[in-house]
Design a protein around this ligand. Structure first.
Ligand SMILES: Nc1ncnc2c1ncn2[C@@H]1O[C@H](COP(=O)(O)OP(=O)(O)OP(=O)(O)O)[C@@H](O)[C@H]1O
Ligand SMILES: [Mg+2]
Length: 313
């Protein structure tokens, strides 16, 4: 099996990117080798997955993805290697083992680094713009990710700036969690165009303009990032409609399906008790023994992840 890199991304905040990244990773890790990469400076995924103490330890030792990006703007920082990977992060806090799941943590300072990257030029301006967007792909080359993992999952921040662009430059697929509310259809259209024309096409333009040869192009550079799926997330089943959804969510879900057809996952992840509780406990819903998790929640989340897995081919 060859490596597949997936960006879980939406420029909107609070739509379920981190929740979906975590569940997709633990789902895939039941039969594959998975690397989660937290590239959101908020670091929620890192804290959930590693536990606060381990995360603080990793930050203190500089073992976060921040170093990948700092290597571009700080002369005294080298492109890191495998040392920034925290192996088996779930091992430390409970009963169920995920021995094939690793993580690269984020840290708050990643936000500062991104600002610094934007204003830093190394070498010619075009080469510099290319370099600062392909650091993640370079790092995957450096650690020979293809030999270590079957999947890399990027939990992106609610933005499409340089750090997210790095994830997209290294991703074969992107998954967009969407709350089916008023703005969602509009937002998805804008977002897909952005990935295709402002990120992928721009990268190819920069590569050619900078005269980057095939040999110089990172092996993990993936210029045609495909939409693997739009995942309806946190749909609210409260309200009067017979369908069980509120009217607005029912309407918007129908609008999404009309416009995006089979791009929209069949499974709708509803907003339900048990999901945030499990995340707080650092477990996917199917491993959270103590929490208030119904079998319906487990089935719903597992179905969504299995559907996404089926679309990664
Ligand atoms: N299916 C669900 N049911 C109930 N709550 C959920 C569900 N999915 C996510 N949440 C909660 O909604 C909040 C936002 O989710 P999450 O952090 O995954 O979004 P995000 O898109 O990663 O946010 P950000 O843009 O800040 O990174 C969290 O508190 C999470 O626990
Ligand atoms: Mg998040």
């Amino acid at each position: 099996m060859s490596l597949k890199c997936i960006a879980v991304i939406n420029f909107k905040g609070g739509v379920g990117k981190t929740t979906l990244s975590f569940h997709l990773a633990t789902h895939l890790a039941q039969s594959s080798r998975v690397l989660l990469v937290d590239i959101d400076h908020q670091s929620s995924l890192s804290i959930v997955t590693m536990g606060a103490d381990n995360w603080e330890h990793a930050v203190k030792n500089g073992n976060t993805c921040n170093r990948i990006f700092e290597s571009f703007c700080k002369r005294n920082v080298q492109m890191p290697g495998v040392e920034i990977i925290t192996k088996e992060p779930l091992k430390t806090h409970g009963w169920q083992l995920y021995p094939t799941l690793d993580i690269v943590a984020a840290q708050f300072e990643l936000d500062d680094t991104e600002i610094e990257m934007a204003s830093t030029t190394v070498g010619g301006p075009t080469v510099s713009e290319w370099e600062k967007r392909t650091l993640m792909a370079q790092w995957l080359d450096k650690i020979d990710a293809t030999s270590l993992y079957d999947y890399v999952i990027f939990d992106c921040p609610p933005a499409t700036k340089l750090v997210s662009q790095n994830a997209l430059a290294a991703s074969n697929y992107f998954v967009v969690p969407v709350i089916p509310d008023e703005m969602s259809s509009r937002g998805v259209t804008h977002f897909k165009q952005l990935v295709e024309t402002k990120v992928d096409a721009k990268l190819e333009f920069l590569r050619k303009a900078a005269g980057i040869s095939d040999q110089e192009t990172p092996r993990h550079y993936a210029p045609n990032t495909k939409l693997a799926g739009i995942a309806p997330f946190m749909a609210k089943p409260a309200g009067n409609a017979d369908s069980g959804y509120t009217n607005i969510h029912t309407q918007q879900l129908a609008a999404l399906r009309r416009q995006w057809q089979s791009n929209v996952l069949q499974t709708v992840v509803k907003s339900l008790t048990g999901v945030p509780e499990s995340m707080n406990a650092g477990w996917p819903v199917w491993s959270n023994r103590g929490g208030n998790v119904s079998s319906a929640v487990v089935t719903m989340m597992a179905d969504a992840c299995e559907e996404i897995k089926g679309r990664l081919s």
